[in-house]
Design a protein around this ligand. Structure first.
Ligand code: FES
Length: 316
């Protein structure tokens, strides 16, 4: 859908905040805490951004974009091309990172720009008077986005900040935090990949089951493709067999044969391209599915994942 950029505001060093509204001012589709939208920055360049406005607002969406040093072009282009007054195309909100209504307590942990969905969750839990605490880790105080908003929030006392360049005693003791929580507590984490691994490993050490741990990645760890091999994909409905070259993704190979699979992030984060696997063993390279979901091998992300078996039969 088309929306207008109402404001573009430099939130903090390298992070711009954008307010989006319907071009005719009508209400926007509702969303739940943790949801994101796809933004078409320019033709062929689509990126996902978490909504950080309050979930009870329907007159605007708010997103915040960090200009990432390792940007594949998305955040750079967003900062340079998109300005207040522009009309841009976005998707309706989708949520792969929802709050679990069974939680008796929620532990929200944000690293850097990963604060965007976490902030939205804090707003929602606060509105519900739910038991939660939020931990916000940033490199330094002057790189902490939404400082004023959090300071003014009703839930400000439930937020603890932790700065990499601050004294040791204010740093997040992740093992201690996760060791003594009630059995109904749920953990939510969003941040850079290394940060996520640090938190998720601590959760595993402390015995948190996967059903109580929720995470959203916004970038992937680069995987070496030097040893990628050829394999084939069979489309179950037509019987068509398509070879996949070692330097080609499944999406690319299928597109060359006129079979298009919808994609968005093209790096295994968003789940847009998720495709059902009928036979064969995928080589999962996405961060969208959990380890348990990978182990079932009944679906894969053809934008980045490959195959361990010589043939993958897809439900296409
Ligand atoms: Fe996003 Fe494949 S397009 S996971």
């Amino acid at each position: 859908m088309k929306v207008q950029v109402l404001t573009k505001h430099l939130e903090v060093h390298d992070i711009y905040r954008y307010e989006l509204a319907a071009v005719d001012g009508s209400p926007l589709p509702p969303f739940t805490a943790g949801a994101h939208i796809d933004v078409e920055i320019k033709p062929g360049l689509i990126r996902q951004y978490s909504l950080c406005s309050r979930p009870d607002e329907n007159h605007r969406y708010e997103i915040a974009v960090l200009r990432a040093p390792d940007s594949r072009g998305g955040s750079d282009a967003m900062h340079l091309i998109i300005n207040a007054g522009d009309v841009i195309t976005i998707s309706e909100p989708r949520n792969h990172f929802p709050l679990d209504t069974r939680a008796t307590k929620s532990i929200l942990i944000a690293g850097g720009i990963g604060v965007t969905p976490i902030l939205c969750m804090a707003e929602r839990l606060s509105q519900q008077d739910a038991d939660f605490e939020m931990h916000y880790c940033a490199r330094s105080k002057d790189r902490m986005a939404f400082r004023d908003r959090i300071a003014r929030a009703k839930y400000a006392s439930q937020v603890q900040t932790h700065f990499d360049d601050g004294p040791q005693e204010q740093k997040l003791d992740i093992d201690r935090l996760l060791a003594h929580q009630e059995s109904g507590a749920h953990l939510y984490v969003c941040g850079p990949t290394g940060f996520m691994t640090w938190v998720l490993d601590a959760a595993a050490r402390a015995g948190w089951g996967p059903d109580r741990v929720h995470r959203e990645y916004f970038s992937t760890t680069p995987i070496s493709t030097a040893d990628d091999k050829t394999f084939s994909v069979k489309l179950a409905r037509s019987g068509l067999v398509i070879p996949i070259a070692s330097d080609q993704s499944v999406v690319e190979a299928l597109a060359a044969k006129g079979v298009s699979i919808p994609v968005s992030c093209e790096q295994g984060i968003c789940g847009t391209c998720l495709t059902r696997v009928i036979d064969g063993e995928p080589d999962h390279r996405d961060m969208f599915m959990t380890d348990a979901e990978h182990a079932v091998n009944d679906q894969f992300t053809p934008c980045c994942s490959r195959s361990k078996s010589a043939m993958l039969v897809l439900d296409l």
